[in-house]
Ligand binder design. Sequence first.
Ligand code: SF4
Ligand code: SF4
Length: 510
Amino acid sequence: MADYEVPELKEYAVVPLPEDDTMKGLKPFVAKPDFQEALGYPGKKDETKENTYLLVDGWHDKAIDKMGDLLNRYRGFRVFMDSCVKCGACTDKCHYFLGTKDAKNMPVARQDLLRSVYRRYFTFAGKFFPKLVGARDLTEDVVEEWYSYFHQCSECRRCSVFCPYGIDTAEVTMAAREILAHIGRGTKYSNEIIGKVFTIGNNLGLPEKALANVLEGLEEDVEYDIEVEVKFPLDKKGADILLVTPSADFFAEPHIDGLIGYAKVFHATNTSWTLSTMASEAANFGLFIGSYENMQRISMRIRQAAEDLGVKRIVYGECGHAWRVGYSFLNTLAGPFDFLDQNYPIPQHICEFTLDKLEKGELNIDKSRNDDMTLTFHDSCNVARASGMGDKPGGQFTIPRAVIKHVCNNYVDMEKDTIHDATFCCGGGGGLLTDDLMEIRVKGILPRATALKNVTEEYGVTHMAAICAICKSQFTKVLPYYGFTMDQIVSVHQLVSNAIILEGQVDPED
Ligand code: SF4
Ligand code: SF4
């Protein structure tokens, strides 16, 4: 199945002895100049070789200038560069280190790839006594090492939870990626996708007509299944709610079953809602590449859609990093949202919306319809460690679980040190969900797969639910390497969809 060794699943995650360079050279495809330029970055093609891209002219000084710019713009970045005391608390916290054994995948070592260059050019000791303080020159080899190891970090922030100084390796990775993009080393995967959002409106490049057809097809499918006309409105002016959701919800499995779940909840509660062509993508890969400007440009589409459609509220579908950008940054990036109804959270998560309706008894639920499953829940990194949900601390942990427990009889959590803010990444976040990085995705899923195997064996768990499009895509593709099946991964709103009974519904089994 794979031309590299897939780690063996053990009873508990074993901390390996670090080895040198086990993942050296693994890197994503470089973005071609067209994709770079669309995002405001330079690019240079090697005219002598096909599909080969060079560092841009003057790359060395441009990289150091960019690092200086980021140190001035982001105080946290400078603090992270200066404050590590090498206590070692983070070393065994990264799923990519646990899965690959590569010493440079220990968070502190990953940071040092950048810190060593920072010291050389931005500290007194590094300028005059570089060897004494572990400072090094920026060379082409260093750039290639950055390109490799800063794309073996999913920006999941697990390491920062355990760092006594709160050093956030995700921020260091974002800074490194932004410097790389400014010298011609953006990634094909992320930059091509961001370009599609700007030109077409979503990550998948799904044009308006195709989107309308998909939604029409979904209406027909649902009506065929349960004989109820559940609507999936698009660009409906004057609707109360604009739903922004990851475009994977429009076609991928199990994402699309989640979208059906949202629509059924809106239908059952007589809620006026709409999707939007302009904001047909909740995902915001500007976060992954560390670009404030691109993150803002993507976010502005949501504001524009809300204004054009005249909605009162914005609700986000199941997408982890989109929720982080929405919850933590949307107001700064695209606010103020004073034209929306201030009586509701701006934005609100679909799980909050649904839980509210469940608690008020507005949904007719038959939990036994999910009795063929025993569920567990995967906390997605960007929801768990970089945002909140609802009006109580920890809502991002309790609300999705409460929704599941309202619609399912059988639920078990995974081990404590693998959930909530200690959750392990799915292995495909942070812009790594691309086939050119399959090896790191397969190895990085190891701690999550171990925890899942344990609850499978001890409690008979059959399915794992998630509220992130990337987690769902990564799990369905990569968990089979560890003996699980693709259909063991479900959307939380797929469970809602199974259990909800709409007025006039004809049960397919009847
Ligand atoms: S942010 Fe996540 S992926 Fe990156 S070094 Fe820390 S634990 Fe590893
Ligand atoms: S836990 Fe924090 S201070 Fe300790 S080695 Fe890691 S980054 Fe440095």
